[in-house]
Every structure is written in structure tokens, then in C-alpha cells.
Design a protein around this ligand. Structure first.
Ligand code: ZN
Length: 427
């Protein structure tokens, strides 16, 4: 099965250094990008599925590296599955769960090492088996550090495939020395280690200072702009300095003023490539399926980051820090074919989607693809696009306002791979 997307106005690689590619066409085979170039080199007419991008901008599927997805409808914020689905239809094709939350979850009060282990295992396997919309990639299963965990527990989890520690701090009553010992066990078994810093969120939680972060050398400074409450600026600056290899995560649900300070600071250090965007959804501020694109817009329009660089912060930069476990986030040969066609909304002064983002206009998708399969054309609450794709020659426009907001078409990929099924009979 060959899929071609051609006639793209621009192709944003998602790679920090490459930016916008010299190309207008991509070829996808067996769910991966196999060729990226110009139409006259790739010959899209030979593909089984031919998607005319109609001059719109192709970007990698967005990756949300910071969520707290619950467990099925047990999620304290009900409707989690529907929210994950809508996030997919808005362009988030991969999600990383920091740790799940649900009623009765065994975590910190009282510390329950057997419970947190069991929770990590069940979430890991549940999300491995279930993909919202049949396509979204959710990396569930994170071990919360609590009193009583032993080194052998980390080995056992790692042997099962669980590869990450839940964001350290915020809730834990473990002393820094105890956290560091546990983190060293996690690291021994190759796990990804994100940390909070500053004051704990929950009662009794410890304050994590820059000495702790320096000793830990985390892979990621989780929501550096506050989750949701920002730490003092001096501490924020210090932790970025003492952990130079750590990703600096900015979340849509954090403190936006702090985001701007961090961007300005990293710009002066020439370290903007360390920034990754996430949502931290939900975090006491509700669900937000479009959080990733909102983050891109904010960083670009208000933080003065070129749109293709802001998109890299939500895609390829995340790959760079998570590459041992994911193969998505860049439009590049060999990567999983997760991508989104975006367009400026009608009336935007931007010349295209990238111009609209830089002007502060939120943009919507005209097609979301995962592993070379179309997941959706748009979400229920996405911004309208000016243009539409043509699928094997047929334009898939919007039929009426109801279809725009409440009943967008849904795609299902037949196992034969031959046809798409549309749930909306207006199409
Ligand atoms: Zn969080």
C-alpha cells in the first residue's frame, strides 16, 4: 500500500535544524515515510491513495509528552477517552502519560509500593492494547516513586517494557536522598526520568531545589513553567543551568508569563532547541484537546519563535529526547508516517498556516494521519481551514455548519487497506 501526499505548500520537517524542507510531496509505504521530495521525482499518481494537499502546510503529528490520562472512564475527569479522541482529531498523534489518575489509585497516601507498581503495569498494558480512534499512540505506565520500592521492582518493570518514572516531586514525601537512590535504580534499568522542582503541590510534599536537580541530572524538567504554579525565577533559571542536558518542558496549562521568561533566557543562551511543548492535561484546569496547537501558537506568536521552530518544539524536539522509545515527530525517511495538514483560518492575515500561527491565529487541521492512515479531517471544535484536501481526486470540503462543529466525518481504515469508510453520509 502506497500513500502519497502531494502539492503541499510547505513541509515542516519537525527537525530543529532542518526547518522547512525543500519538498512538496511525501511517499508513505507500510506506514512509514519512504521518500520526501518534489512531485516530479516521486510520481504520486502511482500511489494507491493520493492526497492532494491543495497548497496547505504539512507538519509532523504533534506529540504531547505530558498528560495525566486516567484509566478508562474511571478518570476523575470523565470522558477521558472522548478527549483523547478529540486531541487526535486536532492533530496530537502521540501522547505520553506522566502518571494516571483515577479514583482509588494507590499512590502517595499512604505510600503503597505494590499499588504503584501494579498501577504502572496495568496502564502500560492497557494503553498498549488500546489506541483511541484505533490510531493514537499512548505511552502509558509510569512508576511513581514512593517509600518501600526496591531496586528489584525497577528491574521487574523494565523487563516488562515499562520505560519511565512518573514526574518526580510535587506529591512525594520522600526525602531528596531517597528519591535520588530510587532514580539511580531506574536509570540503571534504562528508564526516562522527568522531575519537577520547587515546592510540592500536595500537602507534606518536599521542596526540590537546584542541588537535587543537579544530582539527579533528569532527562526532562517537567513543566518548567509551572504545573500549574510556577516556581521562583531564580530557581527556574538555576535548574536549567545545572541540568544542561535536560529537556525544558513548557506546558499549555502552566504559567504563560514564566514561559516567556524561559524562552527569552534560552534564546540568549542559544538553547531554544531544548524546549519541548506539552499540555499537562488535565491539571485542575480542565481538559483541552487542542492544547498542543495552542502551545505552538503561543510560543510562536507571543514568544517570537518562527512557526516551524515552534512546531519542532511540539514534534521533533520531543523525538530527540524520547528517541529510544518513539519513532515519530519528524517528516523524514524511516519515521512513522504521522502527520497533519494545517491551513490558515478564513480571514487570517497570514499568507499560510505558518503565517497565521506567527500572527497569533489558531489554525485547524484539514487531515490528520497516523501510520499512513487518515484518522480524521478535523475535530469537532477545530478552527476552520481555508482549503480542503482532495482524496483520489475528490475534494472533501465542509457540507454545512452542523458538519463543521458537531458531525465531522470519521475515517476507518479497512483491514484490506483499499477504501476509507466515512461515517458522515453527507460526504
Ligand atoms: Zn503533570
Amino acid at each position: 500500500m502506497k500513500v502519497a501526499i502531494f502539492n503541499a505548500g510547505k513541509i515542516v520537517s519537525g527537525d530543529w535544524d532542518k526547518g522547512i524542507l525543500k519538498a512538496d510531496t511525501v511517499l508513505i509505504e507500510d506506514g512509514k515515510f519512504t521518500q520526501i521530495g518534489y512531485e516530479n521525482e516521486i510520481h504520486p499518481e502511482k500511489a494507491d491513495i493520493r492526497i492532494d494537499a491543495n497548497g496547505m502546510v504539512l507538519i509532523p503529528g504533534l506529540i504531547d509528552p505530558h498528560t495525566h490520562l486516567g484509566f478508562g472512564e474511571w478518570g476523575p475527569e470523565n470522558g477521558m477517552i472522548g478527549v483523547a479522541l478529540e486531541a487526535l482529531y486536532q492533530g496530537t498523534t502521540t501522547t505520553v502519560d506522566e502518571f494516571a489518575r483515577y479514583e482509588g489509585e494507590p499512590d502517595f497516601y499512604p505510600p503503597n509500593p505494590d499499588g504503584v507498581k501494579a498501577s504502572a503495569i496495568v496502564h502500560y498494558f492497557a494503553w498498549k492494547n488500546y489506541r483511541p480512534g484505533g490510531l493514537m499512540k499512548v505511552h502509558g505506565g509510569s512508576i511513581i516513586l514512593v517509600k518501600g520500592l526496591k531496586e528489584s521492582d525497577f528491574k521487574e518493570l523494565s523487563d516488562l517494557g515499562i520505560w519511565k518514572v512518573a514526574q518526580i516531586g510535587g506529591s512525594s514525601d520522600l526525602k531528596p536522598a531517597e528519591l535520588l537512590e530510587m532514580a539511580s535504580w531506574a536509570r540503571k534499568y534504562g528508564m526516562f526520568i522527568p522531575t519537577n522542582f520547587g515546592a510540592g503541590v500536595l500537602k507534606g510534599a518536599v521542596y526540590l531545589d537546584s542541588d537535587f536537580v543537579k544530582n539527579l541530572q533528569p532527562d526532562k524538567l517537567a513543566h518548567t513553567n509551572g504545573g500549574s504554579t510556577a516556581a521562583p525565577w531564580d530557581l527556574t533559571r538555576e535548574v536549567m543551568e545545572v541540568a544542561p542536558k535536560a529537556a525544558v518542558e513548557l506546558v499549555t496549562y502552566g504559567n504563560w508569563k514564566m514561559s516567556l521568561k524561559i524562552l527569552d533566557y534560552l534564546r540568549t543562551k542559544n538553547e531554544l532547541h531544548r524546549v519541548i511543548l506539552g499540555s499537562d492535561t488535565p491539571t485542575g484546569q480542565g481538559w483541552f484537546p487542542i492544547a498542543m496547537m495552542q502551545g505552538v501558537k503561543f510560543v510562536s506568536a507571543v514568544g517570537n519563535v518562527p512557526a516551524e521552530k515552534a512546531i519542532a518544539m511540539a514534534t521533533g524536539n520531543i523525538y530527540d529526547y524520547y528517541k529510544k522509545w518513539i519513532n515519530t515527530g519528524k517528516i523524514q525517511e524511516g519515521f512513522e508516517a504521522d502527520c497533519v495538514l494545517i491551513d490558515k483560518p478564513p480571514g487570517s492575515v497570514g499568507t499560510d498556516a505558518l503565517g497565521a500561527i506567527e500572527n497569533g491565529d489558531l489554525v485547524g487541521p484539514a487531515m490528520v494521519m497516523v501510520d499512513g492512515k487518515i484518522a480524521a479531517l478535523r475535530g469537532r471544535d477545530s478552527r476552520p481551514t481555508t482549503k480542503y484536501i482532495k482524496l483520489n481526486g475528490k475534494e472533501l470540503g465542509v457540507s454545512d455548519p452542523d458538519e463543521r462543529q458537531f458531525d465531522p466525518p470519521r475515517f476507518y481504515w479497512k483491514s484490506t487497506g483499499e477504501t476509507y469508510l466515512l461515517l458522515n453520509d453527507k460526504q
